[in-house]
Design a protein around this ligand. Sequence first.
Ligand code: ZN
Ligand code: ZN
Length: 372
Amino acid sequence: MTVGCGVGMSGELLGYKLVGLRQTIDSLELEFAQTAAEFAGTNEYDEQGSTSPIDWIRHTCHMTSTTAANCLAVGENLERLPESFQAVKSGEIGFAHLTVMARTMNAVPDRFQEGRLLEQARENSPGKFHHICRHFRHAADPKGYAAEQAEQVENRSLHLSMWADGSYLINGILDAVGGAAVRTALEPLARVCGEDDTRERDRRLADALVELAEGAMPRPQIQVTSSVETLLGLAGASAAEMDFSLPISAKTVERFACDSGVTRVLLGSESTVIDVGRSKRTVSGPARRALNARDGHCRWPGCDRPAKSSAAHHVVHWIHGGSTDLSNLILLCHRHHWMVHEGHWQIVRSDDGRMLTIPPTTTFGQLARGPD
Ligand SMILES: [Zn+2]
Ligand SMILES: [Zn+2]
């Protein structure tokens, strides 16, 4: 094969070529699966020091353990799936359908119905077919299905580790139901949000997770300890402290302090607590209700995050003498609040009352930018 072997072909011809290639690959997959099953019947893997045939195939044939296991499942069930075998041969269904079929047969061997499922395989994509087979398995063996889901829950785990620069690495595994619950909570928060939102989906999901966490936590529990100098952004001021975090920047403290809901502890020069809760500048009770009623949602153009997940942003920060009157407050959601503080965006009210946004200009020779 040479690189660029489709060069010069029309789109239609390329399409035909792809279908033909896939059929050839699927035929080879069938042969691979049959051979894998035969190989598993020998003890060659054991003699070569592997723990199982799947392990040997995974390692020696450079495959993931899932694809190796799928091939073996197909190979071992192929004799009991004669119609499906033919359907792959003739290109009616793909090898991907057959792996789902073989897995289903393994799960419910006594109640398996090849004809009925093959009909579904012909009409549906492998992903949809997988879904259909899950329903079939549940109908055939509800107890076994429930046991399998319960086993998934046993495998749950979540790792949070902090890198040297304070970033968090998150990885883990959730059972199907738990994972779906998390996804259901994140999806609405991960939608494209307002103007200037060019974030890729993975970034929107990351922001959604943070937003969810901040919304779920009663805000006074966020403990930030900062000096007045830090809050003012004075040169030479140290960073602020926050639970579970490396020291945080003055800009972030400015945002936390802007949102009245966050408990903050400001220390004077002799490390005495001079302000806890900042009651005078708190936008709560009737004042917050009036703000919610006036703005309704985040005021960033095009953003509709509701009032309950938005912060009361001081247009002129109280640390610089801004008041807590309604005229100096607007609702901003987590991301847009971040953009006006850490991201250096500006949001201003035009003469006709509309909100206008101004992208960051250069600061310290570098372009400050929003979270993309
Ligand atoms: Zn603010
Ligand atoms: Zn917003």
